[in-house]
Design a protein around this ligand. Sequence first.
Ligand code: UD1
Ligand code: MG
Length: 460
Amino acid sequence: MALSAAIVLAAGEGTRMRSNKPKVLHTFAGKTFLNRVMNSVSALNPGTLAVVVHFQAERVSEAARSYDEHVTIVNQDDIPGTGRAVQCAMAQLAAQSELDGPVLIAASDMPLLDSETLRKLVEFHTASGNGATVLTTMLDDPTGYGRIIRDREGNVLRIVEQKDANRSELAVQEVNTSVYVFEASVLVEAIAGLKSNNAQGEFYLTDALETAKSAGKVGAFAAPDPLTVEGVNDRVQLAALSKAYNRRICERWMRDGVTILDPETTWIEDDVEIGRDATILPGSFLQGHTVIGQESTVGPYATLIDATVDDGAVVERSRVQESHIGARTNIGPWTYLRPGNEFGEDAKAGAFVEMKKAHIGNGTKVPHLSYVGDAQLGDHTNVGGGTITANYDGVHKNRTKIGSDCHIGAGNLLVAPVEVGNNVTSGAGSVIRHAVPDDTMVYSENTQHNVEGWKPAWER
Ligand code: UD1
Ligand code: MG
């Protein structure tokens, strides 16, 4: 069942999105439509993977190449239509190498198209000895889709587009998903005679199913799961499909032992992993490759992007990006963790604390109103409220090192590069510019002046 080629159709503008960017570059659960479809199609290892581009061709081909540098880019000419897209692709592929065997064609506006469905489609196609097979689904509301027209015996006759359909055809609920398998030789014949005498004046690929009949048997395969083949043409459909998919992801995690208080306001992307007995509270976004440990609590209102949260940790009302939160560590509320933070166990970053590239040891706490950047803090150190590391001298980012068992006073300013040893206590308001050795108390003077009886000018 090896595929000789796969053709992904991505030349359309996606007019109904009313967007400055091509539809296929819109994102669905964190990845572009194009990325998702290429991912599923690639899993079948086609001999050649081609992506057809036209609208904002540069941008789309760049996206396709960054996903797979070996992709064949096909530039569709100015003649519109899905049929024209395949004509252009086949002309280029035939010039490249001889095609023999099944060719998979897929539209790229189906963000949930999965490799399992594609595999079953190709298996069905091969097992039935078909020359062409279309992937179909039944919809309660088929508006906008091409309808599958069958004869009395149930044989597929042709596909009729919404705009070209008569009343009885419009009543058909079995629709074309825009995914097909054709034997290469059948496809070449089927697209040769396409015409554009239809409501949209375009070369329809859907017509190729009817013309394929003279070269081989034509059939249809129903997608086992209708959600996976839903197309997105506008942003209303995008929101509806996102919601349906998210609900499914949340349900999967709940069945796996994760408490999700409100799946309606909890958004979990598909590469996220969550441990048993974790609790996800409303308003939370778990994105990218975020990993949540067992018995941890995330939310309410937490955004986690490529974050790792170990067992028993808490992240409340905070944003955490590319950071590792150790077991039982407490983050938030209102903590902003930029990339590169590494927390030990039982540590804390509290309210209005911002961190970047900070290594925070076991049991170390930064509870209030601090900025800690490019810093390394040992174990069991406490940092007083309002303390900041001045890591940037205008040219370089410099590092601050604070040892273990320290008590850094409130409102300290650590002017990097600077090193503070172990077991150091610093006075409130200290400005620390020079190294502090182990077992030391450090404070810096600031002279207090009291001017008694003073009044502002307007009161004198
Ligand atoms: C298409 C099908 C319809 C099917 C529906 C499923 C045709 C004529 N109609 O309609 O039967 O039910 O998908 O979602 O095929 N594209 C190109 N070049 C073009 C035009 C489109 O590459 O000239 C690409 C688009 O980028 C898109 C795909 O083909 O990925 C489908 O195009 P779209 O305009 O969304 O077609 P539909 O109206 O949805
Ligand atoms: Mg479409």
